[in-house]
Design a protein around this ligand. Structure first.
Ligand code: ATP
Length: 370
């Protein structure tokens, strides 16, 4: 656990970068510091590896004040990933990743074997081992940065805007990768970002900072979204705070309807009435996999519902694992205004309309939305 105890940082010019920060970053969790530019996030992060010293107060790791350790020794136990990766240009990728093991005196064979193992872990093909940094994309370089930080298996990982310089698609991939790695490695991670969506996606806990080095709120993403401490936090969370919060509520247990779900070879005659006069029917194959929506207006002149034009369903949602937000999104994108719920094998369990979703949310389904 990393503990900040009444930590203040005042620079010689009088700037207060951190003002009496007291917070605990639990072991094995991702704590995200987010907030306005100049809020003191980086200052707080760099105190953990003693790159910045507090003016007053203490930062400790597992109860030990970081200033009592020799900086070099302290830093070898802490992985550090920054936006500008900072790979050594004249060293190959594998040797870049093995930097800390070399410093720790590992022999070359062992250090490289470890580096190769990490390349695989972070999703880099082994063929890139002998390349140089300039031969990699920005996203690949970030993966190298993460692998390098993990090389000596440090219990603590500091990440300062690590994914800010890459495009949104690569960024999302890197975030997923970090979550996957973290589910295996359970490091104590402090992660700094400007991006509230990144904070919500990655953080077990989020600390929101504002200018002047004040921590305004510290809590789980759900807590922040449900109960922001003040207008500043609410504004920072954005005008889709209610929608974002649906990400934390499970779609499991939503009331699903089966009537509009019909096999594509069902006779058209009477199909609509059999489906209780639904405007749209969902055609499925023999394994109940969705084929598409059929408008009942298009059934005239067809023998089976599968002969009518099929409208793509967009994306279905998994009734066991997806969130209420995924279900709502599926309904919003659906031409029929209904989301298609599927099981883990992709077979249709039932459908739920936007109106039904709205009623369920209003009724407090999944814990209610405030
Ligand atoms: N060496 C320094 N000397 C004087 N002031 C500094 C120094 N380093 C940082 N500051 C100031 O301390 C404040 C906090 O900076 P810090 O980098 O911690 O903020 P941040 O929240 O990480 O910001 P950003 O998101 O823009 O990186 C800022 O006002 C900054 O200008």
């Amino acid at each position: 656990m990393i503990t900040y105890d009444r930590v203040t940082k005042r620079y010689p010019d009088g700037t207060v970068a951190l003002d009496e920060l007291s917070v605990e970053c639990p072991a094995g969790e991702i704590t995200v510091f987010v907030g306005t530019s100049g809020g003191g996030k980086t200052t707080a992060l760099r105190m953990v590896n003693n790159m910045v010293e507090p003016t007053s107060g203490t930062v400790s790791i597992d109860g030990e004040d970081v200033r009592t350790r020799k900086p070099a020794q302290l830093r070898r136990g802490i992985g550090y990933v920054i936006q500008q990766v900072g790979l050594f240009p004249h060293r190959t990728i594998v040797d870049n990743i093995a930097t800390v093991p070399y410093l720790l005196g590992w022999n070359k064979k062992r250090a490289r074997a470890r580096a190769m193992e990490l390349m695989e872990r972070v999703g880099l093909p082994s063929t890139m081992a002998s390349r140089y940094a300039f031969q990699l994309s920005g996203g690949q370089q970030q993966r190298v940065g993460v692998a390098r930080a993990l090389a000596a298996d440090p219990p603590v990982l500091l990440m300062d805007e690590p994914f800010s310089a890459v495009d949104p698609v690569v960024r999302a991939e890197l975030q997923e990768e970090l979550l996957r790695l973290q589910s295996e490695l359970r490091k104590t991670i402090v992660f700094v970002t400007h991006d509230i969506d990144e904070a919500i996606k990655l953080g077990d806990r989020i600390g929101v900072f504002r200018t002047g080095g004040k921590l305004v709120q510290f809590g789980s993403p759900e807590t922040l979204l449900t109960d922001p401490a003040d207008e500043f936090v609410a504004a920072f969370l954005g005008r889709d705070r209610g929608i974002k919060r649906l990400s934390f509520l499970a779609a499991k247990g939503l009331p699903l309807r089966d009537e509009p779900v019909l096999s594509a070879d069902s006779p058209s005659s009477g199909a609509a009435s059999a489906a209780a006069e639904e405007a749209w029917l969902l055609a499925v194959d023999a394994e109940r996999k969705p084929l598409g929506w059929v408008s009942t207006e298009d059934l005239a002149g067809t023998a089976t519902i599968g002969e009518a034009p099929l409208h793509p369903i967009g994306h279905p949602f998994d009734v066991e694992t997806d969130s209420l937000r995924a279900a709502l999104d599926a309904a919003v994108l659906s031409p029929a205004g209904s989301a298609v719920g599927v099981d883990s094998g992709g077979a249709v369990v039932g459908v739920v309309s936007q109106e039904e979703l709205g009623a369920a949310i209003r009724g407090g389904f999944g814990g209610g939305v405030t």
